[in-house]
Design a protein around this ligand. Sequence first.
Ligand SMILES: [Fe+2]
Ligand SMILES: [Fe+2]
Length: 182
Amino acid sequence: MPATPKKRSTGSRARSNGRHNNRRSGTDAISLLKQDHQKVRQLLKRLQSDGTEELLREIENELKVHTQIEEEIFYPAFKEAVESGKDEHLYYEAIEEHHVVDLVLPEIKSSSEGSEEFDAKAKVLADLVEHHAEEEETEMFPKARKAMGTTRLRELGEELQERKQELMGGLGGRPERRKRVA
Ligand SMILES: [Fe+2]
Ligand SMILES: [Fe+2]
């Protein structure tokens, strides 16, 4: 499989009615999520050497959007694809790990920039995120690829991309629950 991640997919915004044009835009769900991981990894690395509140806010936004699109779109699709069986636990674990990240974030925000405490919490956050992202990349994603196949992954990639753009545009407000097409 030639995994050629697209740097940007300007096409999906113009005609993004989902379903029909997935072949053209071709963003695979797994590539998209992995790109997010890379971005957050870099930001977290930076946070440990120069931890500023501004950078922390950026990380928080990235993490919120990423975990939300996973929970709304990718994880349920994964769960459905592996239906029951021994891989379903990955779905539940992943959600719990997101939850732990949610708990740590406000902790860091409440400690002052440049303090030992801030740095220590930033390190804990980075470790948590790394553990989680690695588990997705080495366990969940390969299983998802196998269970879903290329067409489904592209379709999901498109959905993820759309939802991501929607959420990034509306940061600050409480994003509205996505309508599920059952
Ligand atoms: Fe995740
Ligand atoms: Fe992820």
